[in-house]
Design a protein around this ligand. Structure first.
Ligand code: AMP
Ligand code: GLY
Length: 423
């Protein structure tokens, strides 16, 4: 079969890499892709949000299956458009994807169905949010309702920061339309974990757990990023926590979405805080996480196409999904200055010296006159698996020694929480 992957980051490189291992996949296209993906698939110069262009391409090439990486096309209804045109596509409908597209929609569904999450209030006018914050005080978390590329969430440790956040979102319109509504939330305390699950709308099969590292610097210092590294599985996700998460959060949410006329098919991502009162939802995403997908998929033994077919045919309970009993670590190599401004076009050296069992998933790279150059904030995700967290960490960091580009920065402590739990 011919498969089209929509997107061009590290997550999409991991998806393409996994799809290429399926005996059923003959050819993979990726729109727009990147320099690493180009080694495995035919990259086509169509933006991930150009739904009309993607649809025309899929029809012209006779694409048998399309997989969508990023949230923007899902929230814009790419799945509905492809299905209306009679094309097979993997990803939730626009109505289902709204759990990521609107934090208010997600919070209201969670409240209605008693799914544990932070207490919250929604505001349409900045003055009201200001009154509320002045009454309730800090710490609190201020969130723009809509999509803001991971930047619309401000964890405010003091009132001033919270009021600044309201101003930035609702008065200065720093996130545009995404800031028409604001959610002010209780600040949850605990360790975070990401649970991705496959679902056909009825059956729900969780993937191995994972943990992202959102802050740019070691020891979780500095501003939030798209994610500086991840590992899977995460030991904070114990069997007890797992039962709670499935029984109280993931399965009830899938049932709730069905009851609300938003039947969810695809991959659902629950960002959770494991608090002293048990797991609570920070956010739902309507897609694979980035960078969580890189370590998670590297542990998946089952053919991804078999899983997708089972979901699209609503028989996810008919297959047995198997995982390697290993730990996988992905360390992100980023451009100097990220998540602030950074330069592009730096030549990346040493990629050919990385051991074969280490996967270097490209995030922001391009090809220029025979060189691979940087083309984004997050550049590469060096991903290694091993029998335990320490060996996986060692393999990933040893491989990083071989790679260099001007300004390259990365965290030296990916996986530290798992290591601490060992001690
Ligand atoms: P989100 O995009 O909603 O996951 O938010 C990004 C990050 O902000 C999360 O990964 C958490 O680190 C933090 N965060 C979001 N909501 C809360 C909350 N209610 N309490 C504490 N931290 C939060
Ligand atoms: N790693 C966070 C996300 O994919 O949203």
């Amino acid at each position: 079969m011919k498969v089209l992957v929509v997107g061009g980051g590290g997550r999409e490189h991991a998806l393409v890499w996994k799809l290429k291992q399926s005996p059923r996949v003959k050819e993979v296209f990726c729109a727009p892709g990147n320099a690493g993906i180009a080694a495995l698939a035919t990259c086509v110069n169509i933006g991930a949000e150009d739904i009309t262009g993607l649809l025309a391409f899929a029809k012209e090439k006779g694409i048998d299956l399309t997989l969508v990486g990023p949230e923007a096309p899902l929230c814009a209804g790419i799945t509905d458009r492809f299905q209306e045109a009679g094309l097979k596509i993997f990803g939730p409908s626009r109505a289902a994807a709204e759990i990521e597209g609107s934090k208010v929609v997600a919070k209201d569904i969670m409240a209605k169905y008693s799914i544990p999450t932070a207490k919250y209030a929604v505001f349409t006018r900045p003055e009201e949010a200001v009154v509320y914050i002045n009454q309730t005080g800090a710490p609190c978390v201020v969130k723009a309702d809509g999509l803001a590329a991971g930047k619309g969430v401000i964890v405010a440790m003091d009132k001033e920061t919270a009021l600044d956040a309201v101003r930035s979102i609702m008065v200065d319109w720093d996130f545009g339309e995404a800031g028409k509504l604001v959610v002010v939330e209780e600040c949850l305390v605990g360790e975070e974990v990401s649970i991705l699950a496959f679902t056909d709308g009825v059956n729900v099969v969780p993937m191995v757990s994972s943990q992202d590292h959102k802050r740019v610097f070691d020891n979780d210092q500095g501003p939030n990023t798209g994610g500086m590294g991840a590992y899977a599985p995460a030991p904070v996700y114990t069997p007890t926590v797992h039962r709670q998460v499935m029984d109280e959060i993931v399965v009830p949410m899938i049932r709730a979405l069905d009851a609300e006329g938003r039947t969810y098919r695809g991959v659902i991502y629950a960002g959770l805080m494991i608090t002293a009162q048990g797991p609570k939802v920070l956010e739902f995403n309507a897609r694979f996480g980035d960078p969580e997908t890189q370590p998670v998929l590297s542990l998946l033994e089952t053919d991804l196409v078999e899983i997708i077919d089972a979901i699209l045919e609503k028989r996810l309970d008919s297959i047995d999904i198997k995982w390697k009993k290993q730990t996988s670590v992905c360390v992100v190599l980023a451009s100097g200055g990220y998540p602030g401004s950074y330069e592009k076009g730096k030549v990346i050296k040493g990629l050919d010296q990385v051991p074969e069992d280490v996967m270097v998933f490209h995030a922001g790279t391009a090809e220029k006159q025979g060189d691979v150059v940087t083309a984004g904030g997050r550049v590469l995700g060096v991903t290694a698996a091993g029998p335990d967290i320490l060996s996986a960490i060692n393999s990933a960091y040893n491989a990083i020694e071989k790679i260099s580009f001007e300004g390259m920065q990365y965290r030296k402590d990916i996986g530290y929480r798992a290591v601490e739990r060992l001690q």
